[in-house]
Design a protein around this ligand. Structure first.
Ligand code: OSB
Ligand code: MG
Length: 357
């Protein structure tokens, strides 16, 4: 699917998304959907669409299909012997969870322990060709009601664009995301962002640099938030213990699924670490589940859970539309949204059938 607004990040420009969808079927014929959040190329994390497809087909599906009837809660244990590949694992677990909850008539939100019926939404804004263009784009989002703006930054595109947005909207909740573009030696420069009253700075340094993030967190007033670094509850525990994460962005695909996301949420809530729900340009399928997760009580900051129109001309479910800067948590069973099968078929490029389907 092509993106309505291409997003430039320090690692490149995303103009479209190749979306891998898993459709699982139970013995009773109930269907469940999982959306894989990997991009076509391994630029955000080591995973990529065709790699996910391969690892699912070759390793994960046989391990699961060989077990007869299994519950979604058993998936991560069954796949534990296969290392990494969190996004692929999350896809399988989510598809099975959707089918399971549809059979029980329970929504994702209710199953996760959601305490809100709607969630505050933010929007992530890519690196623009000029500050004027950036201000134009941000003003569209502000007019649409977004409750928080996130600006992508990189060396050469940081203090000036942030200053311009802050002076145009003195009160708007504002944060920045560097996608690992800086080094600890940039600390003095990054400290210049402290004057803009930012909610947080996301993933300033390399994903493996826990000690660097801890050091930077001591030297910056702006709270340091981790995204790419956190691929599990164990990572979250270590980052928090080291002082490397004052806030955590939870992306369910990155951490191996919604069940691990809930565990990270619970740990962070106990530890006084705010969390928020990140995004990976999900279609309505992944978005529905993200919005349900973002309704948990520890998600105290607005997420990158934007409306469908920020991403696609047409979504594969009913579109998510902001109302007063919020999205409603779907209440129906499972993901709670209906997949437009005819449209999915129309845009499908390849199909793999695995098992007795
Ligand atoms: O780092 O959060 C990120 C998009 C692609 C890759 C990485 C990131 C992002 C975003 C956009 O910030 C999130 C979204 O709106 O889905
Ligand atoms: Mg990020």
């Amino acid at each position: 699917m092509s993106l309505v607004r291409p997003m430039r990040i320090s690692f490149g420009t995303l103009t479209d998304r190749d979306v891998l969808l898993v459709r699982a079927q139970t013995e009773n014929g109930t269907e469940g959907w999982g959306e894989c959040v990997a991009f076509s190329a391994p630029v955000y994390s080591p995973e990529y669409v065709q790699g996910c497809r391969e690892v699912i087909e070759r390793f994960f599906a046989p391990a699961i299909l060989g077990r007869g009837e299994i519950r979604a809660e058993e998936v991560s244990g069954l796949l534990e012997g296969f290392l990494g590949h969190q996004m692929a694992k999350a896809t399988i677990e989510t598809a099975l969870l959707d089918a399971q909850l549809k059979e029980n008539g329970q929504s994702f939100g209710s199953y996760f322990g959601a305490t809100r019926s709607e969630v505050d939404c933010g929007v992530s804004v890519g690196i623009a060709s000029s500050i004027d263009r950036l201000l134009e784009e941000v003003s569209l989002y502000v007019a649409e009601g977004y409750r928080r703006i996130k600006l992508k930054i990189e060396p050469g595109w940081d203090v000036d664009p942030v200053a311009a947005v802050r002076s145009a909207w003195p009160m708007i909740p504002l944060q920045v995301d560097a996608n690992q573009a800086y080094a600890l030696s940039d600390t003095e420069h990054l400290v210049r962002l402290d004057r803009f009253d930012l909610l947080l700075i996301e993933q300033p340094l390399n994903e493996h640099d826990l000690l660097g993030h801890a050091e930077l967190a001591k030297r910056m007033q702006t709270p340091v938030c981790l995204d790419e670094t956190i691929t599990s509850l164990a990572d979250a525990r270590q980052a928090v213990a080291l002082g490397a994460a004052e806030i955590i962005n939870i992306k369910p695909g990155r951490v191996g699924g919604y069940l691990e996301s809930v565990r990270i949420h619970d740990f962070c809530k106990e530890s006084g670490i705010p969390v928020w729900c990140g995004g990976m340009f999900e279609t309505g399928i992944g978005r529905a589940a993200n919005v349900a997760l973002a309704a948990l009580p520890g998600f105290i900051l607005p997420g990158d859970t934007s409306g469908s129109s920020r991403y696609f001309h047409r979504d594969v479910t009913q579109p998510f539309v902001l109302e007063g800067g919020r999205l409603k948590v779907p209440q129906g069973p499972g993901i709670g949204v209906t997949v437009d099968l005819a449209f999915v078929e129309e845009i499908t490029t390849e199909v793999w059938r695995i098992g007795a389907v």
